[in-house]
Design a protein around this ligand. Sequence first.
Ligand code: ATP
Ligand code: ZN
Length: 305
Amino acid sequence: MSDTQTLNRDLTLEALFEAGLFIDTGTAGLHGRSGAFEAVVNGLEALITHPADGAEVMRFPPAMGRKHFAKSGYFKNFPHLSGCVHSFCGTEKDHAGVLKAMNNGEAWGEDFAPTEVVLTPAACYPLYPMTAARGPLPHDGALYDVQSFCFRHEPSQDPGRLQMFRQREYVRIGTAEQVLAFRALWLTRSQAMMQSLDLPHTVDVANDPFFGRAGKLMAASQREHELKFELLAPIASSDNPTACVSFNYHQQYFGLNWGIVTEDGAPAHTACVGFGLERTALALMRRHGLKPASWPVAVKDHLQL
Ligand code: ATP
Ligand code: ZN
């Protein structure tokens, strides 16, 4: 396939495997990435980084403790996406039984029990209990820079819908004024960033995929109060562009839940901007073709390719 043929062409997994950008592991939504793919991700991370903002940089492992996960409320709202690590805890006899089942291609796992470890569903989740433990916020509130692999149980053939993917987030904690100003700044910034990368996009009000019947009401309320915006760009479908960046205002949800308080003791407001790193890289590949080395010079310069 020539470069010009891949420009603005909706992406398929097959094309990404063939181009070597994604590496097939045989499991849906669990792909390896090539050096060329990672170079684009690294370039994006450099563009997202704003050292002058003075954010505290933190990196957590892609898992969190069971107690924190339970208290976070994630399972209440998104049970269908959750993932918990289980480990073998049987006897030698059980071990032999599991090996036999594995060899025969039969179901196995009954002798695996849940561990203390739950896979992180969103990069900002480990921050809230940690911030609460630090005591009341200073006058200026807090600003964090986090990045993590996240897990969501949504196996799919859509190249932009992964089970494990990276979110790079800035997270602001403070008063309503502070966190809303932060979100407005990132709405402007991220659009300028996509423009510099010649990536056509839209920004729209959005909702999270809350579970069940009550979830429908929560989603409607989230939209009505404009608590979530998304920056969308085509990946697998021009008609249904994919959310590459999310701008979330949680109001006092996490402040109340975790006991995070401002200087004067009021429950803190929080907001986060979350860049889906694989999705943003894929949107660029859909736009500019499957050979980053052949992308327009200005785009390559911005990404330091
Ligand atoms: P909150 O903190 O409110 O839970 P969040 O910003 O941490 O929200 P989302 O808004 O759900 O989490 O996701 C942030 C970004 O992560 C999305 O804009 C998207 O780019 C990326 N993302 C989400 N799900 C997937 C997925 N299955 N595969 C790849 N990227 C994803
Ligand atoms: Zn977040």
